[in-house]
Design a protein around this ligand. Structure first.
Ligand code: BEZ
Length: 219
């Protein structure tokens, strides 16, 4: 089991761009790894196509993208054409690699299996996992969706923005936060420090009389 903050496993895999060792492939970048139950399936196709469209947004944030599906590299390569067409992507090649995990070994190691959902042979499906890994190769986010629910990759970008902002400043992002909106000062910032660090601070008055909602413009 990989926990938040753990160094992500340095697995080896076959991909649509050849064999990789995960840490070497990441280099000094952040990364997002997301998994799929199988090739040529409708929801997966919409998700991979959306990530093709959002790829420049990931690149802008210094985040490399890699997907995993439980079929072979050969099958993946045939599927890529469908994904490109669905995404309206007409360039040569494909912006990010797909890992082949035919025997579900990697999906099992990384605990991506959903015991509740089975394929036509009764084998548990690989769920839709999302892992965000930072430049120090530590896992910063892990979400597991069932195979029947497609993900929202705008939300994944929003999380990356929050992680990268809160790594630099002692703030936290509130519910439904979007970049450039106000943020919260972290509770660990003392009343003495707060005035110097966040001179534009506003404190929300609450019935408890406790001054713990301390808002500030995004640094
Ligand atoms: C899909 O991608 O559409 C899908 C895959 C496995 C189970 C259910 C849906």
């Amino acid at each position: 089991m990989v926990n938040l903050g753990d160094v992500f496993p340095n697995f080896s895999a076959d991909t649509t761009v050849g064999p990789i060792k995960f840490h070497d492939w990441l280099g000094d970048s952040w990364g997002i790894l997301f998994s799929h139950p199988a090739d040529f399936t409708p929801v997966c196709t919409t998700e991979l196509a959306r990530v093709v469209q959002l790829y420049p947004e990931f690149a802008k944030r210094g985040v490399k993208v890699i997907a995993l599906s439980c079929d072979s590299v050969e099958t993946h390569k045939k599927w890529l054409n469908d994904i490109k067409m669905y995404a309206g992507y007409s360039m040569e090649g494909f912006p990010y690699p797909l890992i082949a995990d035919e025997d579900r070994k990697l999906a099992t190691t990384l605990q991506m299996i959903d015991q509740d959902e089975k394929d036509s042979q009764g084998i548990p499906l690989t769920a839709r996992a999302v892992f965000i890994i930072d430049a120090k190769k530590r896992m910063r986010l892990s979400i597991l969706y069932p195979a029947t629910t497609g993900r929202n990759f705008d939300e994944i970008l929003r999380v990356i923005d929050s992680l990268q902002l809160t790594d630099k400043h002692r703030v936290a992002t509130p519910v439904d936060w979007k970049p450039q909106e106000h943020v919260m000062v972290q509770p660990t910032v003392s009343d003495e420090e707060v005035k110097t660090l966040f001179p534009q601070l506003t404190i929300v008055a609450l019935p408890s009389g406790k001054n713990y909602i301390r808002r500030t413009p995004q640094p």
